[in-house]
Design a protein around this ligand. Structure first.
Ligand SMILES: [Zn+2]
Length: 90
């Protein structure tokens, strides 16, 4: 599978990891979407692998998470407005 930049469609892509200090790989991170209900605390993070991609043409950086987990977080904890926009039903 050839990867292309989601923003500019260039195929000049490089894979890498995120460091939060020059010589310190970031510990495993979590993605928490915006638009959750105010008191949502538990089960609102989606685990991320430290595997990112960047585009040599436009500088876009991206990663991938489990979309099923993301949908679960949003279905369980998203605001009604957000769920309506994303067409998520419980
Ligand atoms: Zn690009």
């Amino acid at each position: 599978m050839e990867i292309a930049c989601p923003q500019c469609k260039s195929k000049k892509i490089v894979e890498g990891r995120v460091y939060n200090q020059p010589d310190y790989i970031a510990p495993r991170a979590y993605f928490r979407p915006n638009g959750l209900k105010f008191f949502a605390i538990l089960g609102v993070n989606v685990r991320m692998e430290n595997r990112f991609f960047s585009c040599l043409e436009c500088g876009f950086v991206w990663a991938k998470i489990d979309p099923q987990q993301l949908r679960r977080v949003l279905t369980e904890s998203g605001t009604l407005q957000l769920k309506k926009r994303l067409q998520l039903t419980e």
